[in-house]
Design a protein around this ligand. Sequence first.
Ligand code: HEM
Length: 161
Amino acid sequence: MDFPGWNGFLGTRASLMLDIVCVGMVVVVVVLAWSVRQVRRHRRYALHRRVQLGLAVLLLVVISMFELDIRLHGWQERAAGELGGQASNAVLTVLTVHLCFAVTTVVLWILVLTLAWRRFPHPPAPNSHSPFHRRWARVAAWDMVLTAVSGWTFYVMAFVL
Ligand code: HEM
């Protein structure tokens, strides 16, 4: 069907940017899990810092491009499957849940990143900031996973079914 903006590459009704974010979140969750494992198992603190900062920059770029796409072209027509259509209530409910996770994730990531940057030594190593970082970084990481899972659920309900 002829929707506004570029079509994606996954063969669904989603736009190109939606597909990029959908696949990008798989990469983010896998890299995040790997980075946490590096610090817990192998105490590679400098590697962990580099990867976390890289992930944050990647997310900033992709999410900005994604927001631009959604603002310019919208998404509801694609979700309804026909030009001028409106998404169903179920889809809007899942989107609301997803946005709750997404917004808290952004706040938590900014908090965890800036405090880690300021309070851990350079090069990074455990210190008195460790208990705070361990607690809130875990919450931030799980929030990111839940953002991804709710995002994929929204994607399937809106653009596949
Ligand atoms: C949002 C970004 C970040 C997330 C989600 C995150 C996540 C985590 C997690 C889950 C742990 C392991 C906690 C445990 O033992 O279970 C950890 C440990 C650690 N992280 Fe991060 N991290 C982030 C950013 C950073 C940054 C930017 C630095 C350095 C400036 C850093 C330095 C460390 C250090 C030194 C530890 C070891 C703490 C200890 O065991 O005493 N992290 N991080």
